[in-house]
Design a binder for this molecule. Sequence first.
Ligand SMILES: [Zn+2]
Length: 274
Amino acid sequence: MHSLQILVLGLMFTMTGAFASEAPLFDVHIHYSHDVWDKIPPERAILKLREAGITRAMVSSSSDEGTQRLYRAAPDLIIPALRPYRERGDLETWMHDESVVPYLEQRLERHRYAAIGEFHIDGEEAELPVVRWTVQLAKRYDLMLHVHSDADAIERIFKQDSSARILWAHAGFENGSRVREMLERYPNLWADLSFRWEIHRQGRFTGVWKALLEEHSDRFMLGVDTYTPLRWLQIQETLDWYEALFASLSETAARRIRHDNAERVFAFYSSRSD
Ligand SMILES: [Zn+2]
Protein backbone atom coordinates (compact mmCIF):
# COMPACT_ATOMS: atom_id res chain seq x y z
CA MET A 1 0.00 0.00 0.00
CA HIS A 2 1.32 3.47 -0.86
CA SER A 3 2.04 5.88 1.94
CA LEU A 4 -0.60 8.28 0.59
CA GLN A 5 -3.23 5.54 0.79
CA ILE A 6 -2.16 4.77 4.35
CA LEU A 7 -2.44 8.47 5.22
CA VAL A 8 -5.92 8.71 3.68
CA LEU A 9 -7.05 5.52 5.44
CA GLY A 10 -5.62 6.77 8.71
CA LEU A 11 -7.45 10.07 8.34
CA MET A 12 -10.65 8.29 7.44
CA PHE A 13 -10.45 6.11 10.54
CA THR A 14 -9.64 9.08 12.75
CA MET A 15 -12.62 10.99 11.38
CA THR A 16 -15.05 8.08 11.49
CA GLY A 17 -13.74 7.10 14.93
CA ALA A 18 -14.58 10.55 16.23
CA PHE A 19 -17.99 10.35 14.59
CA ALA A 20 -18.67 6.87 15.99
CA SER A 21 -18.11 8.05 19.55
CA GLU A 22 -20.89 10.64 19.12
CA ALA A 23 -23.51 8.45 17.41
CA PRO A 24 -25.07 5.74 19.61
CA LEU A 25 -24.06 2.20 18.67
CA PHE A 26 -26.05 -0.93 19.41
CA ASP A 27 -24.00 -4.11 18.91
CA VAL A 28 -26.20 -7.22 18.76
CA HIS A 29 -23.42 -9.80 18.48
CA ILE A 30 -21.07 -9.78 21.47
CA HIS A 31 -19.81 -12.95 23.18
CA TYR A 32 -18.03 -13.11 26.52
CA SER A 33 -17.10 -16.77 26.87
CA HIS A 34 -15.06 -18.64 29.46
CA ASP A 35 -11.76 -18.16 27.66
CA VAL A 36 -12.13 -14.37 27.90
CA TRP A 37 -13.11 -13.84 31.57
CA ASP A 38 -9.61 -14.30 33.02
CA LYS A 39 -7.87 -12.26 30.36
CA ILE A 40 -10.40 -9.43 30.27
CA PRO A 41 -12.34 -9.15 33.56
CA PRO A 42 -15.89 -7.68 33.44
CA GLU A 43 -14.95 -4.10 34.39
CA ARG A 44 -12.31 -3.96 31.67
CA ALA A 45 -14.61 -5.54 29.13
CA ILE A 46 -17.31 -2.96 29.89
CA LEU A 47 -14.76 -0.19 29.54
CA LYS A 48 -13.66 -1.56 26.17
CA LEU A 49 -17.26 -1.56 24.90
CA ARG A 50 -17.92 1.97 26.17
CA GLU A 51 -14.63 3.32 24.81
CA ALA A 52 -15.58 1.95 21.39
CA GLY A 53 -18.77 4.03 21.58
CA ILE A 54 -21.10 1.07 22.13
CA THR A 55 -24.16 2.24 24.05
CA ARG A 56 -26.07 -1.09 24.06
CA ALA A 57 -24.76 -4.62 23.55
CA MET A 58 -26.59 -7.91 23.26
CA VAL A 59 -24.29 -10.45 24.87
CA SER A 60 -24.27 -14.23 24.96
CA SER A 61 -21.60 -16.60 26.20
CA SER A 62 -20.51 -20.21 26.72
CA SER A 63 -21.41 -20.70 29.54
CA ASP A 64 -24.07 -18.17 30.48
CA GLU A 65 -21.99 -17.17 33.52
CA GLY A 66 -19.97 -14.74 31.37
CA THR A 67 -23.10 -12.91 30.25
CA GLN A 68 -24.34 -12.65 33.84
CA ARG A 69 -20.99 -11.24 35.03
CA LEU A 70 -21.04 -8.57 32.33
CA TYR A 71 -24.69 -7.78 33.00
CA ARG A 72 -24.04 -7.31 36.73
CA ALA A 73 -21.16 -4.95 35.88
CA ALA A 74 -23.32 -2.72 33.61
CA PRO A 75 -27.07 -3.48 33.46
CA ASP A 76 -27.63 -0.24 31.52
CA LEU A 77 -25.34 -1.43 28.71
CA ILE A 78 -25.75 -5.21 28.56
CA ILE A 79 -28.77 -7.03 27.14
CA PRO A 80 -28.42 -10.73 27.98
CA ALA A 81 -29.11 -13.51 25.49
CA LEU A 82 -29.07 -17.15 26.57
CA ARG A 83 -26.89 -19.59 24.65
CA PRO A 84 -27.67 -23.30 24.76
CA TYR A 85 -23.90 -23.88 25.19
CA ARG A 86 -22.09 -24.59 28.42
CA GLU A 87 -18.72 -24.85 26.67
CA ARG A 88 -17.32 -23.57 23.41
CA GLY A 89 -17.34 -26.98 21.66
CA ASP A 90 -21.09 -27.37 22.25
CA LEU A 91 -21.88 -25.50 19.05
CA GLU A 92 -21.51 -28.69 16.99
CA THR A 93 -23.29 -31.09 19.36
CA TRP A 94 -25.88 -29.11 21.35
CA MET A 95 -28.80 -30.02 19.08
CA HIS A 96 -28.34 -33.70 19.98
CA ASP A 97 -27.99 -33.15 23.74
CA GLU A 98 -31.32 -33.35 25.54
CA SER A 99 -29.85 -32.00 28.78
CA VAL A 100 -29.79 -28.61 27.01
CA VAL A 101 -33.55 -28.20 27.49
CA PRO A 102 -33.64 -28.32 31.34
CA TYR A 103 -30.51 -26.15 31.38
CA LEU A 104 -32.30 -23.48 29.32
CA GLU A 105 -35.44 -23.78 31.45
CA GLN A 106 -33.49 -23.28 34.67
CA ARG A 107 -31.68 -20.21 33.36
CA LEU A 108 -34.88 -18.72 31.93
CA GLU A 109 -36.56 -19.06 35.33
CA ARG A 110 -33.66 -17.42 37.11
CA HIS A 111 -32.57 -14.56 34.83
CA ARG A 112 -33.99 -12.04 32.42
CA TYR A 113 -33.09 -12.29 28.72
CA ALA A 114 -33.94 -10.70 25.39
CA ALA A 115 -33.11 -13.73 23.24
CA ILE A 116 -32.10 -17.36 23.05
CA GLY A 117 -28.92 -17.64 21.02
CA GLU A 118 -26.65 -17.27 19.31
CA PHE A 119 -26.87 -20.94 18.37
CA HIS A 120 -25.67 -22.84 15.31
CA ILE A 121 -27.75 -25.14 13.13
CA ASP A 122 -28.13 -25.92 9.45
CA GLY A 123 -31.00 -27.17 7.32
CA GLU A 124 -32.74 -30.25 8.69
CA GLU A 125 -31.12 -29.89 12.12
CA ALA A 126 -33.87 -27.36 12.79
CA GLU A 127 -36.28 -30.32 13.01
CA LEU A 128 -34.40 -32.07 15.85
CA PRO A 129 -36.36 -32.27 19.13
CA VAL A 130 -33.87 -30.12 21.11
CA VAL A 131 -34.11 -27.34 18.52
CA ARG A 132 -37.93 -27.59 18.43
CA TRP A 133 -37.99 -27.25 22.22
CA THR A 134 -35.70 -24.25 22.03
CA VAL A 135 -38.03 -22.57 19.53
CA GLN A 136 -40.98 -23.31 21.84
CA LEU A 137 -39.12 -21.92 24.87
CA ALA A 138 -38.51 -18.66 23.00
CA LYS A 139 -42.22 -18.52 22.25
CA ARG A 140 -43.23 -19.27 25.84
CA TYR A 141 -40.90 -16.60 27.26
CA ASP A 142 -41.59 -14.19 24.40
CA LEU A 143 -37.95 -13.92 23.34
CA MET A 144 -36.06 -13.38 20.10
CA LEU A 145 -34.02 -16.19 18.55
CA HIS A 146 -30.45 -15.37 17.47
CA VAL A 147 -29.70 -18.03 14.87
CA HIS A 148 -26.51 -18.80 12.94
CA SER A 149 -27.83 -20.94 10.09
CA ASP A 150 -28.55 -21.20 6.42
CA ALA A 151 -31.84 -19.91 4.98
CA ASP A 152 -33.34 -23.41 4.98
CA ALA A 153 -33.15 -23.70 8.80
CA ILE A 154 -34.72 -20.25 9.19
CA GLU A 155 -37.66 -21.34 7.02
CA ARG A 156 -38.07 -24.50 9.10
CA ILE A 157 -38.18 -22.46 12.33
CA PHE A 158 -40.85 -20.15 10.91
CA LYS A 159 -42.85 -23.26 9.99
CA GLN A 160 -42.70 -24.36 13.63
CA ASP A 161 -43.70 -20.94 14.93
CA SER A 162 -44.91 -18.39 12.39
CA SER A 163 -44.84 -15.70 15.09
CA ALA A 164 -41.15 -16.34 15.95
CA ARG A 165 -38.86 -13.31 15.85
CA ILE A 166 -35.43 -14.15 14.47
CA LEU A 167 -32.19 -12.26 14.36
CA TRP A 168 -30.23 -14.02 11.64
CA ALA A 169 -26.55 -14.04 12.55
CA HIS A 170 -24.25 -12.98 9.68
CA ALA A 171 -27.37 -12.85 7.46
CA GLY A 172 -26.75 -16.59 7.19
CA PHE A 173 -23.67 -15.99 5.01
CA GLU A 174 -26.21 -16.20 2.19
CA ASN A 175 -25.90 -14.09 -0.95
CA GLY A 176 -27.70 -10.78 -1.33
CA SER A 177 -30.60 -12.01 -3.43
CA ARG A 178 -31.34 -14.90 -1.04
CA VAL A 179 -31.22 -12.54 1.95
CA ARG A 180 -33.58 -10.14 0.16
CA GLU A 181 -36.01 -12.96 -0.62
CA MET A 182 -36.01 -14.05 3.04
CA LEU A 183 -36.53 -10.54 4.41
CA GLU A 184 -39.39 -9.95 1.98
CA ARG A 185 -41.05 -13.24 2.89
CA TYR A 186 -40.67 -13.01 6.68
CA PRO A 187 -41.55 -9.71 8.37
CA ASN A 188 -40.19 -10.95 11.73
CA LEU A 189 -36.70 -11.57 10.38
CA TRP A 190 -33.76 -9.24 10.98
CA ALA A 191 -30.10 -9.83 10.10
CA ASP A 192 -26.78 -8.90 11.65
CA LEU A 193 -23.86 -8.02 9.41
CA SER A 194 -21.02 -9.50 11.45
CA PHE A 195 -18.20 -11.13 9.49
CA ARG A 196 -19.57 -10.25 6.08
CA TRP A 197 -16.21 -9.14 4.72
CA GLU A 198 -17.12 -10.05 1.14
CA ILE A 199 -20.04 -7.62 0.78
CA HIS A 200 -17.79 -4.65 0.11
CA ARG A 201 -15.11 -3.70 -2.38
CA GLN A 202 -12.57 -0.92 -1.98
CA GLY A 203 -14.32 0.55 1.02
CA ARG A 204 -17.86 0.54 -0.40
CA PHE A 205 -20.69 -1.95 -0.24
CA THR A 206 -21.14 -3.88 -3.50
CA GLY A 207 -24.08 -2.77 -5.68
CA VAL A 208 -26.33 -5.65 -4.63
CA TRP A 209 -25.70 -5.07 -0.91
CA LYS A 210 -25.94 -1.30 -1.10
CA ALA A 211 -29.39 -1.63 -2.71
CA LEU A 212 -30.43 -4.23 -0.14
CA LEU A 213 -29.19 -2.23 2.85
CA GLU A 214 -30.94 0.91 1.58
CA GLU A 215 -34.24 -0.70 0.59
CA HIS A 216 -34.43 -2.82 3.74
CA SER A 217 -32.54 -0.50 6.03
CA ASP A 218 -35.02 -1.28 8.84
CA ARG A 219 -33.94 -4.95 8.94
CA PHE A 220 -30.16 -4.94 9.48
CA MET A 221 -28.09 -4.58 12.62
CA LEU A 222 -24.46 -4.17 13.60
CA GLY A 223 -22.34 -6.87 15.26
CA VAL A 224 -18.63 -7.30 15.98
CA ASP A 225 -18.94 -10.97 17.07
CA THR A 226 -16.29 -11.29 19.79
CA TYR A 227 -16.08 -15.07 19.58
CA THR A 228 -12.43 -15.29 20.69
CA PRO A 229 -10.26 -13.27 23.15
CA LEU A 230 -8.45 -11.76 20.15
CA ARG A 231 -11.71 -10.34 18.79
CA TRP A 232 -12.09 -8.37 22.02
CA LEU A 233 -8.88 -6.56 21.09
CA GLN A 234 -10.26 -5.78 17.62
CA ILE A 235 -13.57 -4.15 18.61
CA GLN A 236 -12.52 -0.59 17.82
CA GLU A 237 -10.84 -1.60 14.58
CA THR A 238 -13.91 -3.55 13.46
CA LEU A 239 -16.27 -0.70 14.28
CA ASP A 240 -14.01 1.73 12.40
CA TRP A 241 -14.25 -0.60 9.41
CA TYR A 242 -18.06 -0.50 9.62
CA GLU A 243 -18.10 3.27 9.95
CA ALA A 244 -15.95 3.68 6.86
CA LEU A 245 -18.40 1.45 4.96
CA PHE A 246 -21.46 3.26 6.33
CA ALA A 247 -20.17 6.41 4.66
CA SER A 248 -21.30 4.84 1.38
CA LEU A 249 -24.90 4.56 2.66
CA SER A 250 -27.51 7.24 3.21
CA GLU A 251 -27.44 8.77 6.68
CA THR A 252 -30.84 7.27 7.45
CA ALA A 253 -29.77 3.74 6.56
CA ALA A 254 -26.51 4.05 8.51
CA ARG A 255 -28.30 5.36 11.62
CA ARG A 256 -30.86 2.57 11.50
CA ILE A 257 -28.26 -0.19 11.10
CA ARG A 258 -25.89 1.32 13.64
CA HIS A 259 -28.52 1.72 16.34
CA ASP A 260 -32.19 2.44 15.67
CA ASN A 261 -33.31 -0.99 14.43
CA ALA A 262 -31.92 -2.85 17.43
CA GLU A 263 -33.27 -0.20 19.81
CA ARG A 264 -36.74 -0.63 18.31
CA VAL A 265 -36.70 -4.44 18.02
CA PHE A 266 -35.35 -4.95 21.54
CA ALA A 267 -37.55 -2.28 23.15
CA PHE A 268 -39.72 -5.10 24.55
CA TYR A 269 -36.79 -6.19 26.71
CA SER A 270 -36.16 -2.74 28.14
CA SER A 271 -39.84 -2.22 28.91
CA ARG A 272 -40.09 -5.44 30.98
CA SER A 273 -39.48 -4.96 34.65
CA ASP A 274 -37.29 -7.32 36.68
ZN1 LIG B 1 -21.29 -15.35 17.22
